[in-house]
Design a binder for this molecule. Structure first.
Ligand SMILES: Nc1ncnc2c1ncn2[C@@H]1O[C@H](COP(=O)(O)OP(=O)(O)OP(=O)(O)O)[C@@H](O)[C@H]1O
Length: 302
């Protein structure tokens, strides 16, 4: 665990029933200031992992450190600094945003000033007498976030927070998360099964599939993986000679085709020029650019 680590799990295992491995050897590392996007298709183990981090389930093997302390031994202390949105909190439909917060303010022992502060942060300070039953789903989600913010958490754990929101609601929530991260210094761990949603706000990504971590690293590292896997497929008048000419590009001869990895489209033009300059006729040139989505699919399919 390094000094900036906010969450560090070491070899977590969890089974709901004997013989079915729900989580296998999970190493998850979230650093201070991260917006960590925790991605995986349905049933891959995201909620189970988040439940373990929040002490709602108990890991059967491995250790969990949060904010520098072992969760097993410092549960209360840790959880007082962690906010979460894991199951929809029970909002009172017949109460206003402020009244709902008032109920929780007492539980958390937060001040009235803090209540106003969080209402402002989530953009609900002017909803006045409107009760929650008149709120859009996006507004309800922001109110839930306000509840989680009341005790001034250092870390917020959100399980699929954009589920069910319309595009405008998703945009709103995304910019709110970014704002809270930048202005309040809150670290986020956010689960999702949609890469494109997380990609726009996260700076660190973890990908889980069938209970195992398939990738963990910066968004740039995922982009690098994407670039490494982009290939141009070629067919020329003499593929063997073309392969020799393009050796500096790590060209490979695969049955009838020549494939060459590339990182940007300019490189494809250069490859073409080299072939023509070497008196090779190019019959077919087909760049296959990987997208982040195809990389995600490749990591999360059998
Ligand atoms: N209470 C439970 N008892 C038994 N099995 C469970 C329980 N909760 C989850 N599972 C199983 O554990 C696996 C992981 O589920 P989990 O909910 O952690 O995945 P997830 O990635 O959060 O998926 P989703 O996006 O669908 O919520 C799934 O196969 C699921 O069926």
């Amino acid at each position: 665990m390094n000094a900036t680590s906010v969450i560090c799990t070491n070899g977590i295992f969890y089974d709901y029933s004997k013989g079915v491995n729900t989580l296998t050897n999970i190493h998850l590392e979230v650093s201070r200031g991260n917006i960590y996007g925790f991605l995986g298709p349905n049933g891959s183990g995201k909620t189970t992992t988040l439940s373990l981090l929040l002490g709602l389930l108990k890991n059967q093997r491995g250790t969990i450190e949060i904010l520098g302390k072992d969760l097993q031994h410092h549960r209360q202390e840790i959880l007082s600094k962690v906010g979460s949105l894991i199951e929809s909190p029970s909002l009172y439909n017949h109460l206003t945003a402020k009244e709902n917060l008032e109920v929780y303010r007492e539980i958390y022992g937060a001040s009235k000033a803090r209540l106003q502060e969080v209402l402002c942060m989530v953009g609900l300070s002017d909803t006045g007498k409107k009760t929650v039953k008149q709120f859009s789903l996006g507004m309800k989600q922001r109110l839930s976030l306000a509840l989680a913010l009341l005790p001034k958490p250092e870390l917020l754990i959100l399980d699929e927070p954009t589920n069910g929101l319309d595009p405008a609601g998703i945009l709103e929530l995304r910019s709110l998360i970014r704002k809270l991260n930048e202005e309040e210094g809150i670290t986020f761990l956010i689960s999702s099964h949609i890469l494109s949603e997380v990609e726009k706000m996260a700076n660190r990504i973890g990908i889980i599939y069938k209970g195992r971590m398939r990738f963990q690293g910066s968004l740039e590292k995922l982009h690098q993986l994407q670039q490494k896997q982009s290939l141009v497929q070629l067919n020329t008048s003499d593929n063997l000679r073309a392969w020799a000419v393009l050796r500096q590009f790590q060209a490979e001869l695969l049955e009838d085709d020549l494939v060459v990895p590339y990182t940007d489209i300019q490189q494809v033009a250069t490859i073409n020029r080299i072939l023509v300059d070497n008196d090779l006729d190019v019959y077919d040139l087909h760049p296959r650019k990987q997208t982040l989505e195809t990389i995600f699919m490749a990591l999360t399919t059998g």
